[in-house]
Design a protein around this ligand. Structure first.
Ligand code: NAD
Length: 478
């Protein structure tokens, strides 16, 4: 799963895309762009709706699918492919537009896109899923909707590295000799041109982002907390890709995971929970309930209301809403999931002075590391391959010189730490950390200088400013 943007269950007469437009309009008032530029930023540039036949068993099934390229202000476009029965054009348009803003916020030089196939993947055999995926990929090739310089999909709800591998292979076989073919899709397995660090990227990005929020002394003082994540009490909802990795990185960096929630219930222990132990326990027993030393919370959603400093909803949309927002005790909410807060909850929590770190920024680690994967595919070389040995030799020379000058020897552990040259995963983590820190301060700057009172609107303002300038500088055709 990856590179997703806010998901909402389709409701009668509810347009998710118009909802995004409304948030955009709220933020646009704080920008300087003329109406025409704002209208262009909001519009979806290209929409491809497909219907194609696939033989499933002894029947032919007509599959409905989409790819929407929201913005061509930077190319390629980028965004995940979702397999779900909720897929429809409005949803794909909304998710594609959110990808444009997400990429802009974290300075990933892509336009936003999204794709979807209206199927429940659980209803198909592996063989059929491969057929559907490959047919979808060949439709994208036919219409020029995929390619390393055109549009680069990634995993999202219902898809993963396996589907990305099928897409890359289909693309490469239809474009023989295209040397950059692997860059047509990201989120691939490492053996198929993927990058190390991609799996945990979103959860790690959530950790880096919240840690940066906690590192600003002035802001922490306002909410009556000390700086740093160490010792902070954290509750995480969802132990999937995002939630598990976020919990793991908080735990490893000295935060106390006091609560964890899954769909079957929650557990709470103010002395702390080890996420790896909880995951192992859940795997063997089928539930996280009755985890040794923890108190059970029968209604999973009640876990969100337990005492903590930081709350990370990392499962579903709309989990914090008008009915429970007032009872949330956390002073910082980090949106690991897409759209976990309803607009009503946003208002209630903002009024209470809670810092809400928005999804559009906080869960952008996946697309950031996808960008690194794309760069790796275009450069045809693993990150670190050219410099690792050189750095280790340099470090060794420095260490020898220091030992010679001081007459002291480093211990084995010190030596290992000092000599280590960067591997691919080190560079990916470092690039992600830099991105999350830098982008947070851009959002904070917008918050402090424009009279905006919430970080979500500030994040939108950052995105609109960057995309708007790109359109202005592109020039508008006479
Ligand atoms: P996932 O399927 O790996 O994990 C979701 C977890 O939430 C599962 O363990 C599931 O059992 C749990 N869950 C389901 N219902 C629950 C409930 N009622 N209460 C508590 N837990 C419940 O999905 P994921 O990839 O971790 O994505 C989670 C959220 O993060 C989604 O909103 C997704 O759009 C968003 N996101 C994911 C990525 C990514 O890289 N994976 C990137 C950006 C945004």
């Amino acid at each position: 799963m990856a590179e997703t943007a806010t998901a909402k269950a389709p409701q009668a007469h509810y347009s998710f895309f118009h909802g995004v437009e409304r948030n955009f309009d709220k933020a646009a008032q704080f920008t300087r762009f003329e109406k025409g530029i704002l209208e262009q930023i909001k519009a979806c540039n290209s929409i491809l709706q497909m219907k194609f036949p696939v033989r499933i068993g002894d029947k032919i099934e007509v599959i409905e699918a989409y790819r929407v390229q929201h913005s061509h202000h930077k190319l390629p476009c980028k965004g995940g492919i979702r397999y779900s029965m909720d897929v429809n054009q409005d949803e794909v348009m909304a998710l594609a537009s959110l990808m444009t803003y997400k990429c802009a916020i974290v300075n990933v030089p892509f336009g936003g896109a999204k794709g979807g196939i209206r199927i429940n993947p659980k209803n198909y055999s592996l063989f059929d899923l491969e057929k559907i995926t490959r047919r979808y990929a060949s439709e994208l090739v036919k219409k020029n909707f995929i390619g390393p310089g055109i549009d680069v999909p990634a995993p999202d709800y219902g898809t993963g590295a396996r589907e990305m591998s099928w897409i890359a292979d289909t693309y490469a076989s239809l474009k023989p000799g295209e040397v950059d073919a692997l860059g047509c899709v990201t989120g691939k397995p490492v053996s198929q041109g993927g990058v190390r660090g991609r799996t945990e990227a979103t959860g790690l990005g959530v950790f880096y982002g919240v840690r940066e929020v906690c590192n600003v002394a002035e802001d922490m003082k306002k909410i009556g907390m000390s700086t740093g994540v160490e010792g902070k009490k954290v509750i995480v909802q969802g132990l999937g890709n995002v939630g598990y990795h976020a919990a793991k990185f908080f735990h490893e960096n000295g935060a106390i995971i006091v609560g964890l929630a899954e769909y079957e219930g929650g557990i709470y222990n103010e002395k702390g929970l080890d996420p790896d132990k909880v995951v192992a326990f859940r795997k063997s027993s089928g539930t996280l309930l009755d985890f040794p030393g923890a108190t059970n919370i029968a209604v999973s959603a009640d876990t969100l209301e337990m005492p903590c400093d930081i709350l990370i909803p990392a499962a579903l949309e709309n989990v914090i809403n008008a009915s429970n927002a007032a009872r949330i005790q956390a002073k910082i909410i980090g949106e690991g999931a897409n759209g976990p807060l309803t607009p009503e909850a946003d208002e209630i929590l903002n009024a209470k002075g809670v810092i809400v770190v928005p999804d559009m920024y906080l869960n952008a680690g996946g697309v950031t590391v996808s960008y690194f994967e794309w760069l790796k595919n275009l450069s045809h070389v693993r990150f670190g391959r050219m410099e690792r040995r050189f750095s280790e030799n340099q470090n060794n020379n420095i260490l020898h010189t220091v030992e010679g000058l001081t007459g002291k020897k480093a211990t084995d552990a010190e030596r290992k730490m000092m000599l280590h040259g960067p591997d691919e995963v080190d560079l990916v983590y470092s690039g992600l950390e830099d991105t999350m820190i830098g982008s947070y301060h851009e959002i904070r700057e917008a918050l402090l200088t424009s009279g905006i009172t919430d970080m979500r609107t500030a994040a939108f303002v950052c995105a609109i400013n960057k995309v708007g300038v790109a359109y202005e500088e592109l020039g508008i055709f006479p």
